[in-house]
Design a binder for this molecule. Structure first.
Ligand code: URP
Ligand code: ZN
Ligand code: ZN
Length: 463
């Protein structure tokens, strides 16, 4: 007797697709064979003609965070519903550290919020924004407790979030010593501030000046500078939301010099360009870093195919139209961020795998295997294998759909990919054996997500 059976699907194992049945017991994958058709189960999904994938991991989301006098529109409840709808069964979000609050207290507060709201499993990276040296001794304990990934910003000084170079050096050393990983939002604040002030002084406030104020050179410089510090400290780095060819080259150069450096990009850098900022509603598309040129997008696609980029995550940070309109046409007042969790897998499958830019095996690495490995979750997540969590996604490639904000069960009332064609549909999403999405509709319980903690992290980049 199983709790759940998924029958007759084409199952995506690492490196091969196989016609298999999947039996689930107590939240784990308990059987993986071609012949479970006669077995009994409380719930049976017939996946004939459909693909079955491991639940996807979005390792970069921001549910309900403060940005520019407002809050990102999704809380953990609505954001995790939208994620499940798009085939994501794990999100890795961030703590929000108030000034004067310790790293540990920020974690407790954020974890409490997620615990009360989240429909899918979640982990939390620890934000380092108030870097009072008094909090430093907490880092070793956080890592020992399984909160192994930290995040710092080399920009956003005006928001009180930027890490000073001396703190970066000090904290990278501490994180590296304890076997943790520092994630970095890499934009050189001086270059960004100079360009922003020049544009503002000249009255250049239209959305395109968001992109002009945050040039690719700022990303490349911040990556080079931080990689040199990481190399000296013997600590690994993870660059979030890589947006440009120049940034990519800086990352690869650092890797060639021996820095352990992981690279993440996002769908909006692959599928959109800075041309979006020139549209009449161009300010809705403001996100940081900005989208770049078609050549940048092409370089990122190539790096995905070549195995140079390790993960694709969303940086999910949606705002409603009213929120996006609240800053008028002034780029510097528009809350920055885009929705992404519902469309991550469908878009990467359509424009990556179906368009033959990346293989299916590569997609599984980018959205499941690599995030699980890099963030220490591989003992439970990232693959379809006996004994692992039964996080599963059924995908019907026979149905052509279009992105439609009105269908997505999140808080955003618009979507940057509205009407973009998608070559399939998530029909079922299963989290630890529990069906959350059935026939495309959310059917899960109010609270289901578990807080994930990491086992030890890999010691070196595989390249
Ligand atoms: O504009 C963005 N990406 N908002 C979320 C915060 C960040 O920098 O990742
Ligand atoms: Zn960022
Ligand atoms: Zn982010």
């Amino acid at each position: 007797m199983f709790d759940l059976l998924i029958l007759n699907g084409l199952v995506a194992l690492p490196g091969e697709l196989a016609r298999l049945d999947i039996g689930v017991r107590e939240g784990k994958i308990a059987a993986l064979t071609p012949n479970l058709g006669d077995a009994a189960a409380a719930y049976i999904i017939d996946a004939t003609g459909q693909l079955v994938f491991p639940g996807f991991i979005d390792c970069h989301t921001h549910m309900g965070i403060p940005i520019k006098d407002t809050w990102s529109a999704d809380d953990f409840a609505s954001g995790s519903r939208a994620a499940a709808w798009g085939g994501i069964t794990t999100i890795l979000d961030f703590t929000v550290q108030a000034p004067g609050q310790s790293y540990h207290n920020a974690l407790l507060e954020r974890r409490g919020r997620a615990q009360r709201q989240c429909h899918i499993d979640y982990g939390l990276h620890v934000n380092l924004t108030d870097n009072n040296p008094a909090w430093q001794p907490e880092i070793g304990q956080l890592i020992a407790d399984g909160f192994t990934s930290f995040k710092a910003f080399t920009t956003y000084r005006e928001a009180g979030m930027m890490i000073e170079p001396a703190d970066l050096r000090r904290l990278l050393g501490e994180i590296g010593r304890h076997g943790g990983l520092l994630m970095l939002h890499a934009e050189d604040d001086e270059l960004v501030s100079q360009a922003t002030q020049a544009n503002q002084a000249a009255g250049r406030l239209a959305p395109i000046y968001h992109a002009r104020s945050r040039p690719a050179a700022a990303e490349a410089k911040a990556i080079r500078d931080a990689a040199a510090v990481a190399r000296e400290a013997g600590a690994p780095l993870y660059i979030v939301h890589l947006s440009s060819q120049a940034g990519l080259e800086a990352g690869l150069e650092a890797r060639a010099k021996g820095t352990t450096i992981y690279l993440e990009t996002c769908p909006h850098y692959l599928l959109m360009t800075e041309g979006m900022f020139e549209r009449p509603n161009g300010h809705w598309y403001i996100t940081t870093p900005p989208m770049r040129t078609a050549a940048d997008a092409e370089a990122l696609w190539q790096a995905l195919a070549d195995g140079h980029i390790d993960t694709v995550a969303t940086d999910h940070c949606p705002f409603t139209i009213a929120q996006k309109e609240s800053g008028g046409q002034d780029f510097s007042r528009t809350p920055n961020g885009l929705p992404g969790v519902a469309t991550l897998f469908p878009l990467l499958y359509t424009y990556g795998v179906q368009d033959e830019r990346i293989s299916l095996a590569r997609l599984l690495e980018l959205l499941a295997e690599n995030p699980a490995r890099i963030f220490g979750l591989a003992q439970r997540k990232g693959q379809i294998a006996l004994g692992l969590d039964a996080d599963l996604v059924v995908w019907d490639e026979r149905v052509m759909t279009k992105v439609n904000a009105a269908e997505i069960p999140g808080a955003a009332d618009w979507n940057p990919y509205q009407n973009v064609v998608v070559g399939g549909k998530v029909t079922f999403t299963v989290s630890r054996g529990r069906v959350l999405i059935a026939k495309g509709q959310f059917v899960g319980p109010d609270v289901w997500g578990e807080c994930l903690t990491a086992a030890s992290l890999p010691s070196a980049h595989p390249e």
